[in-house]
Design a protein around this ligand. Structure first.
Ligand SMILES: Cc1cc2nc3c(=O)[nH]c(=O)nc-3n(C[C@H](O)[C@H](O)[C@H](O)COP(=O)(O)O)c2cc1C
Length: 268
């Protein structure tokens, strides 16, 4: 700081306390000090937040894959899961891809790593070219495939994980681990009760197209194709529609469709 500025500041702070110029100077100095503290705290905490988010994601992957066991640590449970990176255009696994550290959220922001969408039922605008996929095997045979999915609800982007059986068509589970829909309405999308309907539902039809529907009201179990339908959330049709739309996208041709068509190559 130059001497001229310092002597100017001294002059301002030497003013009487009831001088408006001094009041203004003190207010500005206080704002500056507070913003430095807030920025420094945000920067310091960011790595911790990222680590916690990564741990939370692992916990959700383990849970939706059906591997959570109170007697087994999260690390041990997650070691049973293979994380792979999938090229969504071809459905091929990417060799040497840093799947564990890859962020599909960052990729979606980068035009070099993502595709601007024309068909965009999930309202995500850009689709990452690659997505991480989690595989569970037993004695080499594929047991569960966990696919990250996301799309717009009414108020927020809902991030979830869909677990599929090795046939690539039958749901084993679904979770939404990040969403900001209204508590008691749309946020019921993350409730165990609503998610409990998904295991056993058929999400992809015999012709390889997404078929799962989130219907308004309740599904009549005796209705034809009841296995393609789940109950909508009461009072939250818009969030429910968001779930159906994001499933349409991620299970379709521009989502995991090409990958799911090649599951035989993964030893199911
Ligand atoms: C304050 C407020 C919050 C709402 N939050 C949601 C929500 O999170 N998800 C949703 O689908 N609808 C929400 N709604 C309701 C929608 O506006 C709309 O009425 C509803 O989705 C229609 O669903 P229904 O046909 O099952 O009644 C909210 C409405 C209000 C007034």
């Amino acid at each position: 700081m130059s001497n001229a500025v310092i002597s100017r500041l001294r002059a301002v702070f030497a003013l009487p306390n009831d001088d408006p110029r001094k009041t203004l100077a003190v207010a500005v100095a206080l704002c500056l000090a507070c913003s430095v503290v807030v920025s420094a705290t945000a920067v310091t905490l960011r790595p911790l937040q990222e680590r916690n988010a990564a741990l939370e994601l692992r916990r959700e992957v383990v849970k939706v894959a059906g591997l959570d066991d109170p007697g087994v640590s999260l690390e041990q449970a997650f070691e049973q899961i293979e994380t792979v990176l999938v090229d969504l255009d071809t459905g091929e696994l990417i060799d040497g891809g840093a799947a564990a550290t890859y962020s599909y959220r960052e990729a979606a922001q980068d035009p070099a790593q993502s595709l601007a969408l024309g068909y965009d039922p999930g309202g995500i605008r850009r689709r990452p070219n690659r997505m991480p996929v989690y595989l569970v095997r037993e004695d080499g045979a594929l047991q569960t495939i966990v696919l990250p999915v996301y799309g717009q609800g009414l108020w927020s982007t809902m991030h979830g994980l869909l677990a599929l059986a090795p046939d690539g068509r039958t749901a084993k589970g679904l979770t939404f681990y990040e969403q900001r829909e209204t508590a008691g309405l749309g946020s019921e999308v993350a409730s165990p009760k609503w998610l409990g309907q998904w295991p056993g539902k058929t999400v992809i039809g015999p012709d390889g197209e997404p078929v799962i529907e989130v219907v308004k009201g309740s599904v009549d179990p005796s209705a034809p194709n009841a296995e393609y339908k789940v109950d909508g959330l009461s009072g939250a049709t818009l969030t429910s529609n968001g779930v159906e739309s994001l499933m349409d996208f991620w299970l379709g041709e521009q989502g995991y469709g090409p990958f799911l068509a090649r599951l035989d190559e993964l030893g199911r």
